[in-house]
Design a protein around this ligand. Structure first.
Ligand code: NAD
Length: 247
């Protein structure tokens, strides 16, 4: 019996990268995990297998309020409730301000910020029923706190998530539900492979006090902690998992 035995956890963007590691670790800790992602089920098979026996995959685009509502309903019906929500789905479309396109700004905000809003609103009444076991963890970023050249939309979306975290921490606290953010630094996933290469990558690694890029597992461990009973008195906080990159 793991520490999260009997709890159902919804993880968005769970088909790969950080979301996949979170789903695997929550599953290994006893939670039954609802993996949600925009990809076809076949592309999520490996992540699903890693998340343990009780896990299930739900194809869902977090940008769509109606898809999210239907997905949360299906999770609660099939899995018997919902106690934990991890808003992890995210994209990055980089570019300097003067060349920034409206559609890129909108797309990043829609997935990273509006998507988390949709999921949280749909899940909230179920999380409230879980009372003191209810948990929301938003995956923000060091970029949301420190900014980053060429990432205006991404920074806005991740800073926005921190505002959402603090506001909902206050709103849901009376029922024992906690709302926290995890702010990863530079983590080895497809996102960083695509966006940070060559010399920029070397410079970034050199600037990390712990001297290495983080792993998805490093982030998942922080999420697991915040989802557990030991974190029941922590709410409205941002836990930085960045090797000391930003303090
Ligand atoms: P990734 O690209 O490897 O994975 C993101 C996942 O989100 C994918 O499986 C993708 O299909 C899914 N997704 C994208 N749009 C979606 C949508 N509309 N609906 C549902 N799912 C959707 O990225 P990652 O590096 O694992 O990032 C995960 C989260 O961590 C993101 O929110 C990202 O901003 C954040 N983060 C990453 C890093 C890093 O260095 N990798 C650092 C800080 C924060």
């Amino acid at each position: 019996m793991g520490t999260l035995a009997g709890r159902v956890a919804m993880v968005t963007g769970a088909a790969q990268g950080i979301g996949r590691a979170i789903a695997a670790l929550l599953g290994a800790s006893g939670a039954r995990v609802a993996l949600c992602d925009v990809v076809e089920p076949a592309a999520a098979q490996d992540a699903l297998a890693e998340a343990g026996e009780g896990a299930a995959y739900f194809r869902c685009d977090v940008r769509s309020a109606s898809e999210v509502e239907a997905t949360v309903k299906a999770i609660v019906e099939r899995m018997g409730g919902l106690a934990i929500l991890v808003n992890n789905a995210g994209i990055a479309i980089d570019g300097l301000l003067l060349r920034a396109k409206d559609e890129d700004w909108q797309r990043v905000l829609e997935v990273n910020l509006t998507g988390a809003f949709h999921c949280t609103r749909a899940a909230a009444k179920h999380l409230l029923k879980a009372r003191a076991q209810g948990r929301i963890v938003n995956i923000s970023s060091v970029v949301g706190e420190a900014g980053s050249t060429g990432q205006v939309a991404y920074a806005a979306s991740k800073a926005g998530l921190l505002g959402v975290t603090k506001t909902l921490a206050q709103e849901l606290a009376s029922r024992g539900v906690t709302v926290n953010a995890v702010c990863p630094g530079f983590i080895e996933t497809r996102m960083t492979e695509e966006h940070v290469q060559g010399e920029r990558r070397e410079r970034l690694v050199a600037s990390i006090p712990l001297g290495r890029i983080g792993s998805p597992r490093d982030v998942a461990e922080a999420v697991l902690f915040l989802c557990g009973d030991g974190a029941g008195y922590i709410t409205g906080q941002c836990l930085r998992v960045n090797g000391g990159l930003y303090m």
